[in-house]
Design a binder for this molecule. Structure first.
Ligand SMILES: [Ca+2]
Ligand SMILES: [Ca+2]
Length: 180
């Protein structure tokens, strides 16, 4: 699979950051064990744009809460001192919500007004042109865009929907998203 092949390369770099371990970029040979490459669990916290990838889903989730609290500590003195992270959506590498997961977090939920509450203008390289299904959370519906920065002229879009097991013609094409 194309994604797994690329993840083998990307994971070495990302894990270097996540674990603070000095792993040479050459640690993953381009063609070795691509089929055995693990799924990656990447999270982005939209208020700060911080992003990180992990080998376990649990780590990717606790990272988001830690990041939200660190962010609120930095802005101490303002009205909010105990910010929580809200899971807005999970975007999946494979159809039927399988494979690696790109978890999107904000510091508040979506509401029921017409417009979008959150947006992500460029997917992580790990998940760019790889998303095949998704699930919205925190009252969010997901709209996928073929191009970065929500460019729909020209460019296909899909949604907004609360959930999708198969994004059809948008399979492995999405590069940005909004959350309604
Ligand atoms: Ca895919
Ligand atoms: Ca694309």
């Amino acid at each position: 699979m194309k994604l797994l092949h690329r993840i083998a390369l990307v994971s070495a770099m990302l894990l270097t950051t996540a674990l603070g371990v000095a792993v040479p970029a050459s640690a993953s040979a381009p063609d070795s064990k691509a089929d055995d490459a693990p799924d990656l669990y990447c999270s982005i916290y939209l208020p700060t744009g911080d992003e990180a990838c992990f080998l376990t889903f649990e780590e990717s989730t606790s990272w988001a809460q830690d990041t939200a609290q660190a962010s609120s500590a930095l802005s101490a003195g303002t009205e909010s001192s105990a910010l929580s992270s809200f899971l807005l959506a999970r975007l999946y590498e494979d159809k039927n919500k399988q494979g690696g997961i790109y978890s999107i977090f904000g510091d508040g939920p979506c509401d029921n007004t017409g417009g979008y509450e959150w947006e992500l203008d460029t997917f992580s390289a790990t998940y760019n042109n790889e998303i095949s299904s998704f699930q919205g959370y925190s009252n969010c519906d997901v709209k996928l865009f073929e191009n970065i920065s929500f460019n729909a002229s020209p460019g296909a879009t899909y949604g907004p929907y609360a959930s999708s097991n198969d994004v059809g013609a948008m399979n492995d094409k999405a590069s940005s998203a909004r959350f309604y």
